[in-house]
Design a protein around this ligand. Structure first.
Ligand code: NAG
Length: 216
């Protein structure tokens, strides 16, 4: 059985209960009753609620040289945090991809490398599935969107990442660094579906789901 933890405000409980009426297989209580699994082709829906998110809080090894993260996403959101990866005890080091006006922005915050790079020409908030790959090699890294390489081998000098989050910031990281604060500049919370998450380091703990539902 998968376990999930919830910390819900009264407002979220109301939203959650109304979801239950229309989506009876949504996760509820303290346990997942549904088949939600972000590592599988069964997609997880991140809701347009501030706390809604999915995270991998403990990777089996640091996401460093040679490591790859890939996943598929589908959204109609104009903006929001798609994913970020950071280091335990060193929250300055962050690599993220955010949505801005329907375009992806690749943000690198390492002590000796810094960039904000918009992926040009592809509006990704078209409600279709897209594949994103982030891979590190030596002091560099690349992102691939739908199999097309962008910003070939850009400098990413951060130490090894220890967690990966989708849709929102973990309360453990909130306020922890200027790099984390910058993930919040988006006017809206990401809303959309995530599936087939593949982290080459492996994971030590099951995915952590907060206020998510099945994606239909
Ligand atoms: C996960 O990604 C690796 C490459 O990083 C690939 O070799 C492997 O086949 C992928 N696994 C799945 C289940 O897609």
């Amino acid at each position: 059985m998968k376990t999930c933890s919830f910390q819900l405000s009264a407002y979220e409980i109301i939203v959650f209960l109304s979801c239950l009426l229309v989506k009876p297989d949504i996760i509820h209580g303290r346990h997942c009753r549904s088949s939600i699994d972000a590592l599988s082709p069964t997609a997880v829906k991140i809701e347009p609620i501030e706390t809604s998110r999915l995270s991998f809080d403990s990777l089996s090894a640091e996401l460093l040289d040679g490591a790859t993260l890939s996943f598929e996403f589908k959204t109609t959101s104009e903006s929001g945090l798609l994913f970020y990866t950071t280091r335990r005890n060193d929250l300055y080091d962050v690599v993220s991809v955010v949505l801005i006006n329907g375009y992806l922005q690749y943000k690198i915050r390492c002590k000796t490398s810094y960039a904000d790079l918009i992926v040009p020409g592809v509006l990704v908030n078209d409600g279709e599935w897209h594949t994103l790959v982030f891979a590190r090699k030596h002091n560099k890294a690349f992102i691939k969107l739908d199999n097309k390489m962008h910003f070939h081998q850009y400098y990413v000098t951060c130490g090894g990442f220890t967690s990966v989050g989708f849709g929102g910031i973990s309360p453990d990281h909130d306020g922890g660094s200027t790099s984390i604060d910058e993930l919040k500049v988006q006017p809206a919370h990401f809303s959309g579906c995530i599936r087939n998450v593949n982290i080459s380091t492996g994971i030590d703990a099951p995915p952590h789901y907060v206020t998510v539902s099945d994606c239909h």
